[in-house]
Design a protein around this ligand. Structure first.
Ligand code: GDP
Ligand code: MG
Length: 175
């Protein structure tokens, strides 16, 4: 529950990144606290809401998850329009998805919103034995582009709440 007088921020958040990196799984972990081993590639509902309170404000997230359009590596402008935050997801066990994440960052930068809060996320941190992308590579790219950075696992829940918390914090302190 928001305390009386707490500032409320409504924030559209979009997820981008290649298919199979775990975007839907991250959202479902955050919103429902669940993980599905055989997550369907395309889901009917691609829109979720979740409320998160940080000390500065209560953030109401409107989360836009893609329903398969990302396979064409380009999303409709309405997908990004008005977004306050974006999560770019890659899979630490597949180098290609990291290369693609860099392209997604470029595409986001082309949207031309200098206030957009961006987070780079290396998901599937539980697959450390199959790791192809080193932590430092992710960190460095995120730093160069002024992004938050985190490695997460939608499977074990590692860092998932922390990710959304950091984004909420940044939204609350920036506005
Ligand atoms: P999306 O296409 O980016 O939305 O990816 P999905 O959420 O559909 O996930 C693709 C596949 O990766 C599914 O089989 C998920 O169960 C699996 N997956 C998602 N996140 C993780 C994770 O953190 N660890 C592991 N081991 N598998 C994951
Ligand atoms: Mg998906």
């Amino acid at each position: 529950m928001a305390r009386p007088g707490t500032r409320i921020i409504q924030a559209k958040l979009v997820l981008v990144g290649d298919m199979g990196t775990g975007k839907t799984s991250l959202v479902l972990r955050f919103v429902k606290g669940q993980f599905f081993h055989h997550q369907e590639a395309t889901i009917g509902a691609a829109f979720f809401t979740q409320i998160l309170s940080v000390s500065e404000a209560t953030v109401k997230f409107d989360i836009w998850d893609t329903a398969g359009q990302e396979r064409y590596h380009s999303l409709a402008p309405m997908y990004y329009r008005g977004a306050a935050a974006a999560i770019v997801v890659y899979d630490i066990s597949t180098m290609d998805t990291f290369a693609r994440a860099k392209k997604w960052v470029q595409e986001l930068q082309k949207q031309g919103n200098p206030k957009l809060v961006m987070a780079l996320v290396g998901n599937k941190s539980d697959l450390d034995s199959k790791r192809e992308v080193q932590v430092e590579e992710g960190e460095e790219f995120a730093q160069e582009n002024g992004m938050l950075f985190m490695e997460t696992s939608a499977k074990t829940a590692e860092n998932v709440n922390e990710l959304f918390y950091e984004i909420a914090k940044k939204l609350a302190t920036a506005s």
